[in-house]
Ligand binder design. Structure first.
Ligand code: C2E
Ligand code: CA
Ligand code: CA
Length: 412
């Protein structure tokens, strides 16, 4: 038997492992074949023959129990070693529902084996992966998620999702120029569920696609109405709509979105598609998607700039029209000079790249004054307005935001 870093090569008749051995790794068969056998009531029983592409020895590695069968090479066999760490790390990162499934399948496998062979004994649970506390957590989490997911599907059917509109101020003109569509879920028993929770859940499943289209439809309908209200005034009105990585990955989404704008007679240049960079966002795919969105006439904005995955590398690579500076840079403005300098630097960088700048999280007049002074284009935040229902959105467009003074430095 010869061995390289993570490869093992067996000759015909070599034993890979024996029943009862401690399990410390699994193997993927690259070539050759193995015979898997066990002992039952004193008899040698052949369980199966495994060939290239199959995995062997994975069960014991997952839960630390000893090998329940013996593996012998039938001819020259090449194996790739999968270490315990490689498997357990992946399981630890998996969705709670998948963890639960692995745990249940293992338990069934073990108890089936016990029935056939008597107690195989010596089962040491992997304390970290499958301790009672941890399993309880998987169950609570997993089941909660499955329930919420089913309820979200129903909510979509029952139209329990509602779309609200947060105003954006055109800083130079001192007027509300557009809105961001934000979803809310009014659950019949749990009350209001924040989008932070259910959008994340929807993003983990393909539910974000119908949820996203629902929001898109509602937002376009509202925009068409707002634009009718302003017809003849020469003042443009836009709508920002959030688009997640999964929607970008869904080939049909952008075409369906375009069809919705056509149906409502909306000029696509008045829609800003707001993308947030998350793990689910594939940069290469997003580059192509943005080009296509531009061909169709949409505007594109990068949300939450400066935090998480929304980094310098991203803004360098993605040909967006707008960058929305995250609220995290605005919040400490009143308290500390460093954040004042940081925001100045970010704005200057984005302007250097020729982007239009939106700042979110504006809660105080001084913050608005400062971003106006820096030359930012749009401001969004509680000072200008919270998320409003359709009627309130109409009103703020007609009457302007209450209590916000147009920054003196920006008028004219
Ligand atoms: P976001 O896109 O960054 O939206 C801004 C969030 O900040 C909103 O929270 C908004 O209500 C809140 N906000 C606005 N102004 C202020 C302010 O002055 N101060 C503070 N502290 N917060 C402010 P919301 O509505 O809870 O939404 C959370 C996130 O959920 C959104 O973050 C967005 O990523 C996501 N989301 C909401 N609706 C949708 C949707 O229809 N589709 C997708 N894909 N994501 C959505
Ligand atoms: Ca957003
Ligand atoms: Ca944001």
């Amino acid at each position: 038997m010869s061995e390289q870093a993570n490869t093992r090569v067996l000759s015909s008749g070599d034993v890979l492992f024996r029943e009862g051995d401690r399990a410390d790794c699994a193997y993927i068969i690259e070539s050759g074949s193995l015979e898997i056998s066990t002992h039952s009531e004193g008899q040698h029983v052949i369980i199966c023959r495994l060939t290239a592409g199959e995995i062997v020895g994975e069960m014991g590695v997952i839960d630390s129990a000893p090998r329940t069968a013996t593996a012998v090479a039938l001819d020259e066999t090449r194996l790739m070693v999968v270490t315990r760490n490689q498997l357990t790390e992946r399981i630890a990162q998996a969705d709670p529902i998948l963890k639960l499934l692995v745990k249940i399948l293992l338990d069934r496998y073990r108890s089936g084996l016990n029935k056939v062979k008597g107690d195989i004994g010596l089962i040491e649970r992997d304390e970290e992966l499958f301790s009672e506390d941890v399993v309880g957590e998987y169950i609570r989490h997993g089941i909660d998620k499955i329930r919420l997911e089913a309820e979200l599907k129903e909510a979509l059917k029952q139209q329990q999702l509602r779309v609200f509109y947060q105003p954006l101020l055109d800083i130079r003109r001192g007027q509300v120029a557009g809105f961001e569509a934000l979803t809310r879920w009014r659950h019949p028993t749990r009350g209001q569920i924040s989008p932070g929770l259910f959008i994340t859940l929807a993003e983990e499943t393909s539910l974000i696609v119908p949820v996203g289209l629902y929001v898109f439809e509602a937002a376009c309908k509202q925009l068409a109405e707002l634009q009718r209200l302003r017809a003849g005034t020469g003042q443009p009105t836009f709508m920002s709509i959030n688009v997640s990585g999964r929607q970008i990955a869904d080939r049909r989404f952008i075409e369906q979105a375009a069809a919705i704008t056509d149906r409502h007679g909306i000029d696509r240049a008045s829609i800003k598609l707001e993308i947030t960079e998350t793990l689910a966002l594939d940069l290469a795919r997003t580059e192509t998607w943005i080009a296509h969105a531009h061909e169709l006439g949409f505007q594109v904005s990068l949300d939450d700039f400066g935090t998480g995955y929304s980094s310098l590398a991203t803004i360098y690579r993605l040909a967006v029209d707008y960058a929305k500076i995250d609220q995290a840079f605005v919040r400490p403005l009143n308290e500390d000079q460093r954040s004042v300098e940081l925001l100045r630097g970010i704005v200057s960088l984005l302007r250097g790249l020729g982007l239009k700048i939106v700042v979110e999280g504006i809660e105080h007049q001084e913050q608005l004054d400062y971003v106006a002074q820096l030359g930012c284009d749009y401001a969004q935040g509680y000072l200008i307005g919270q998320s409003l229902d359709q009627d309130e959105a109409r009103r703020i467009l007609a009457e302007g935001p209450a209590g916000t003074q147009v920054p003196a430095s920006s008028v004219g």
